[in-house]
Design a protein around this ligand. Structure first.
Ligand code: TMP
Length: 238
């Protein structure tokens, strides 16, 4: 996939002239040309519930903070803005799967503007979840309604709302392990169903195959091993 293009089956057609592009394509390519700030670095942590990504992201943050004098931001989605509160409220109160997907993307569009600013200021940004969470979770949730169109639709609405991460670390564990870890922690999410988590896991794996910025991590190992592998991978990129 050429540099700066987010999705393999995205709407962008590289050989067309400016006149051939629709308004939507122009907006999309403008957004894409802003990606990969020359100063900052943007790393994302993804995985199913129970994969340990929040713990790992926190540890990577501490290690980087101790090892560099660059400024590091650890952020997450749903975000801590009022749009993130809307997402959490919709989770609690229940809205349609379409509304939920749109709320996640609205929160992300706002969050992306903050991330863009941090990157322009030369910071290293770590995000616990980003657009792949919507493709995987809402892709699975919308499958009964939209079938094979669910993920392509989610890709198209995310496209103008995101910045391409330098690396997306996909923490993989068997969905059964994720369920077990959640029940041990007494943690419940509305997505905590084995069949559903299997579907989410499958979409994540498909995304990793088609996107070269994904780094697949075996998260069934100890936190120290997982964290060490990620920091090592970042070293060649920072
Ligand atoms: P967390 O457990 O990482 O805090 O995430 C909260 C839940 O929100 C988790 O079950 C995954 C879900 N989620 C989505 O369904 N779509 C998204 O776009 C994001 C960011 C999270």
């Amino acid at each position: 996939m050429p540099e700066g293009f987010l999705f393999a089956n995205s709407i962008h057609a590289p050989m067309t002239t400016e006149n051939d592009l629709t308004a939507r394509e122009r907006v999309s390519s403008d957004v894409q040309s802003e990606v990969a700030s020359p100063h900052g670095r943007f790393y994302v942590f993804e995985g199913i519930d129970g994969a340990g990504k929040s713990t790992v992201a926190g540890k990577v943050f501490e290690i980087l903070k101790a090892g560099t004098d660059r400024e590091i931001v650890l952020t997450s989605e749903p975000s801590d803005s009022w749009l993130g509160d809307c997402v959490r409220r919709s989770h609690r109160e229940g809205v349609s799967t379409i509304s939920e997907a749109l709320l996640f993307v609205a929160d992300r569009a706002h969050h992306t503007e903050r991330i863009r600013k941090w990157l322009e200021d030369g910071m290293i940004v770590l995000s616990d979840r980003y657009y792949a969470s919507t493709l995987a979770y809402q892709g699975a949730a919308l499958k009964p309604l939209l079938g094979g169109m669910a993920v392509p639709w989610l890709k198209s609405i995310n496209e103008p709302a995101i910045i391409r991460p330098d690396m997306t670390f996909l923490l993989l564990i068997p969905p059964e392990t994720g369920m077990k870890r959640l029940s041990e922690r007494n943690e419940r999410t509305k997505f905590e169903k084995l069949g559903f988590l299997r579907e989410v896991d499958k979409i994540y794996r498909d995304l990793a195959e088609e996107d070269e910025t994904f780094v697949v991590i075996d998260a069934s190992r100890s936190i120290e091993e997982v964290t060490g592998t990620i920091v090592e991978a970042m070293k060649g990129n920072i």
